[in-house]
Design a protein around this ligand. Structure first.
Ligand SMILES: Nc1ncnc2c1ncn2[C@@H]1O[C@H](COP(=O)(O)OP(=O)(O)OP(=O)(O)O)[C@@H](O)[C@H]1O
Length: 370
C-alpha cells in the first residue's frame, strides 16, 4: 500500500472544522476527504471501588477516505474502546468525532448504518449454515428478502466462501469463520469497515487470506479500513498507522515515515562475555545511549550503526573480549513502538510503572485524567 508523501510522523492536532474537507476536494465534490475525523475524544469508565478507568485520553485523529489505517497498541491500550466510540456503539465522555460524514454524538444511527464492523468475538450461530447466518443478519440490517438473498450470495463470493455456503459454521476453520464475519460486515455494502483484531488467533496462512480479501475490498471497492492489531507485520502493510499507548495516540504516520523519524539503527554484538562487553560498549558509544543486555547479545540504538561496529569491536578486543557476531539493522516498527513508549510491544507492561502511565490506568474518581 502506498505511503502518503510528506506524512508527519508525529501526531498533529488541528481544529475539527478545518480538517473535514480539503479545499481541492470541496471544489470537485461535496464529499468530505476524511472518513474519520476525531478531536479530543475521551472515554472513561467507572472502575472498582469508586475509581475511574481512563481508556481513551483525548484522541485527535484523521483517516482519509480509501485509506487503510492500523491502530497499533498492546492489550488494554484502548483500541477496542476507540473502535466502539467511532462506530457509535459507545458514547464519548468528552470530545467529538465525525465518521462517514455523520457526527457520532448527534447522528449515531447514521454512523452505524454507514459502517461495517468486525468484532473480536463471533456474532455467528455455529449450528446455522454460512448462508443462513448471513441471511439473518441481512434481514436484521433491514434488507428486503430478495436483496438479502442477493447480498448473501455476493458477499460469500467476495470472501471466497461460495462453495461452503451450506456448511454449518461449526464445521468451518477459524480462518473461514473470520472471513464469514467479514462477509457479515459487508452485507449492507458499507464504504467503511472497522475491524477489531481481524486475524488474532489465526495461523499465518489464514491471516494472509483475510488480508488478501481486505486489500481487494480497498482496491476494488475503495473501502476505508480501520484495523486494530498488535501484529507489527500487519501494521507495516497499512497506508498509515497510529500507535496507541495508555489511551493516547503517541505517534501516527506512514510506516516508512515513522521508521525514518527514529533515524537510529539497532546494533547487536554477541561476545564471549556479554556482561563485561556491555560495560566496554557503554564507555565507547556516544554518551547517554542505553546499552542493554538482550538474549541475542549486547544491544544499543545509534544513528549510522554500521559505522560504529568496527570501533566497538576494536574496543572489545582491546579488553580481551571476543566478538562472535555483530549486526546493525535499520529501525523496525517495534523500534518505533519502543521509541515512543519506552518498551517493546511484546513486553508485558511492568507493575512498577507509575500509575499515570499504565494503560487504562485506574485512579481515584476525583482525579482528573492528565
Ligand atoms: N465496559 C468497560 N467497563 C470498564 N472498563 C473497561 C470497559 N471496556 C474497557 N475497559 C477498560 O479500558 C481499558 C482499555 O480497554 P480496551 O478493550 O479498549 O483495550 P484494547 O487496546 O482493545 O485491549 P485488547 O487488545 O486486549 O483488546 C482497559 O483497562 C479495560 O479494562
Amino acid at each position: 500500500m502506498q505511503p502518503h508523501a510528506g506524512d508527519d510522523a508525529r501526531t498533529r492536532a488541528t481544529p475539527l472544522t478545518t480538517t473535514l474537507t480539503d479545499p481541492e476536494a470541496t471544489r470537485s465534490s461535496a464529499r468530505p476527504v476524511y472518513a474519520i475525523s476525531a478531536r479530543g475524544l475521551v472515554k472513561s469508565y467507572p472502575g472498582p471501588d469508586g475509581t475511574t478507568t481512563h481508556a481513551v485520553r483525548g484522541l485527535d485523529l484523521d483517516v482519509r477516505r480509501g485509506e487503510t489505517f492500523a491502530f497499533l497498541g498492546p492489550n488494554g491500550a484502548g483500541k477496542s474502546t476507540t473502535l466502539a466510540l467511532l462506530c457509535a456503539l459507545a458514547r464519548p465522555t468528552a470530545g467529538q468525532a465525525t465518521v462517514a460524514g455523520a457526527d457520532v454524538l448527534s447522528r449515531p444511527d447514521q454512523v452505524r448504518r454507514a459502517v461495517g464492523m468486525l468484532f473480536q468475538h463471533s456474532a455467528l450461530d455455529p449450528d446455522l449454515t454460512a448462508e443462513q447466518n448471513l441471511y439473518i443478519h441481512a434481514r436484521l440490517y433491514g434488507l428486503r428478502r430478495r436483496h438479502a438473498r442477493l447480498r448473501v450470495t455476493e458477499t460469500l463470493e467476495t470472501v471466497g466462501l461460495a462453495d461452503r455456503r451450506c456448511s454449518p459454521v461449526r464445521t468451518l476453520s477459524g480462518g473461514m469463520r473470520r472471513r464469514l464475519e467479514l462477509a457479515r460486515g459487508l452485507l449492507h455494502a458499507p464504504r467503511m469497515l472497522f475491524l477489531d483484531e481481524p486475524t488474532t488467533g489465526l495461523d499465518p496462512h489464514a491471516r494472509a487470506q483475510v488480508w488478501e480479501h481486505l486489500r481487494a475490498l480497498r482496491d476494488r471497492h475503495g473501502c476505508t479500513l480501520f484495523v486494530t492489531t498488535h501484529y507489527l507485520e500487519e501494521a507495516e502493510n497499512c497506508d498509515r498507522l497510529g500507535i496507541l499507548d495508555h489511551g493516547r495516540l503517541v505517534a501516527q504516520g506512514t510506516p516508512l515515515a515513522l521508521k525514518a523519524a527514529i533515524g537510529e539503527d539497532r546494533v547487536v554484538l554477541r561476545t564471549g562475555d556479554d556482561a563485561a562487553a556491555r560495560q566496554v560498549v557503554g564507555r565507547t558509544a556516544p554518551p547517554g545511549l542505553a546499552v542493554t543486555l538482550e538474549t541475542e547479545g549486547v544491544s544499543l540504538r545509534v544513528p549510522d550503526g554500521s559505522a560504529w561496529i568496527p570501533r566497538l569491536c576494536a574496543a572489545l578486543e582491546a579488553h580481551g573480549i571476543a566478538v562472535h557476531a555483530a549486526s546493525a539493522t535499520p529501525p523496525t516498527l517495534d523500534d518505533v513502538f519502543f521509541h515512543h513508549t519506552g518498551r517493546s510491544i511484546h513486553t508485558p507492561r511492568s507493575h512498577r510503572e507509575p500509575a499515570a502511565s499504565v494503560p487504562g490506568t485506574t485512579v481515584p474518581a476525583t482525579e482528573e485524567a492528565p
